[in-house]
Design a protein around this ligand. Sequence first.
Ligand code: GDP
Length: 598
Amino acid sequence: MSKDSRRFRQPIVVVLGHVDHGKTTLLDKIRGTAIVKKEPGEMTQEVGASFVPSSVIEKLSEPLKNIIPVKLEIPGLLFIDTPGHELFSNLRRRGGSVADIAILVVDIMEGFQKQTNESIEILKEKKVPFLVAANKIDRIPGWKPYDNEPFLVSFSKQSKAVQQRLENAIYNLVLQLAQLNFNAERFDRVKDFTQYIAIVPVSGKTGEGVPELLALLAGLTQRFMRTRIGFVEGPAKGVVLEVKEDQGYGYTIDTIIYDGILKRNDTIVLGGVNDVIVTKVRNLLLPAPLQDMRISKTDYRSVDEVYAASGVKIMATGLDEAVAGSPLYAVDNESRLDEYKKIIKEEISKIRFQKNITGIVVKADSLGTLESLVGALEKRNIPVRLADIGPISKRDIIEAELAGKEAEEYGIIAAFRVKPLPGVESSKIKIIYNDIIYQLIDDVEKYINDVREKRKRKTLDTLVLPAKIKILPGYVFRRSDPVIVGIKVLGGIIKPKYPLMKKDGRRVGEVLQIQDNKKTLDKATEGMEVALSIKGNIMIGRQIDEGEELYTDVPKEDLEILFSNYKDIITEDMKSVIKEIINIKRTEDPLYGLNIQV
Ligand code: GDP
């Protein structure tokens, strides 16, 4: 179709859902179908996306004419190739998403799972309408597969019992959606698609139901989104999906153009790590046409222009600083350059920020993931002090340390797909890594709660404090059960019930009582010479000796709490004991005392 006859651009479709529910398989099936059924000369491969032409959708829905009459005005559908939360979050567009509609994939045998619910949350927040693909219908016991048939055709050929099983499973999904305040129905029973979510039973494996899925996506978008998907001839608007270093091409950006036309030599503006990038399109690249059904996209052909909606790779100078998730605008009039730069700056500064509050540091690999992370953290009442993209820097560590001084639980960095820069000393603070956004958020929340719990549990008088003592030669009053000896406190504080250990870390028992001149003491401090009874399976001359030095066996947690909450009781003599204790304990536990600066 020539661009002049276009009234609509192709709607952009994303696939979301729980892990293993079949997102990738379904997308592969749709792509494969498009390649097989397309007209000669029609291209289906784009960068980061696949195009399903209307000709394909029309052919597939031919048998459905009586049930879903679709006369297509849109040129086809553009599917984003990578399913899931992470890439979806980079499809950002002010106040919403570049995606026009989503397929929420649910394993019909498993129903809604954690990430299904998360997907719905994200879709609601970004105001993206969706339909549900009830996937893996071929796994319903007794199901007879009819490859690539419409669901309704295949369903009519199943036995009554199998049909009932499918109905029950669909009904479960309807109930689960009702709990989330959505009306839903099997697609062929929906009367009003603005009120009901359509559930399409499919199999990504056999292709059953794929015709209906495509017909509905096309039908619904062209009926209900006429303004949104109206084709505009103006300069391109898009979003940076990924920044890549491609062999032979240098740094390039994979973009989705959702509005207008992008031409070679156009001036474009987009977000950069340090500043807004203004550059000229040197080359526009699309995957080279495939000879067979391979779905790899490694070779490129260059084109003079692309029009929305399109997935295209852009070659230009200065893209090494480009930021994934950033908006991209083509500027056809130099006098408007500053206006666009300002728009981008403002949008980015909302997502990358530094506030003077007690909160955590968040670092992510792209604007989209950063925005999702910060949004989700704040929803859980976890304050964010610094939000930025790129590797963890010295500044991030310092900010986390500052926060940690105000509230220990916030002295952390949540890191999504980023690492510390070379040479950045990161052992001083806790960095929580996870490559799945929602798991990272769970990990951060758990850490914060754990620290708070520990603090509640432990008050000063329940802590084991650091101390070092020496058994004075010639002062053995009782050799065993319990041992009673004269000792000198060389440093720190010792109290009854404290466990004791030798220089090599072996436990030797527990302090029973401290006495001075027959008077019982509740503690002994540096320099004091007192009598100590020690409970344990030990004997002077065997496990311990006269003249030997012993340490209190301080649990890791206790040491951390001492430093975070009771720093004021740490004396100089206790400090040097702590250093020795850390050395002893490190041989068993390399993390012992890791966050502590003596
Ligand atoms: P994703 O994590 O959601 O992308 O899930 P995948 O597409 O990787 O699928 C997970 C597993 O389910 C794989 O072993 C697939 O072969 C299988 N699977 C996906 N779709 C279907 C289906 O429709 N029927 C059957 N029987 N298996 C499927």
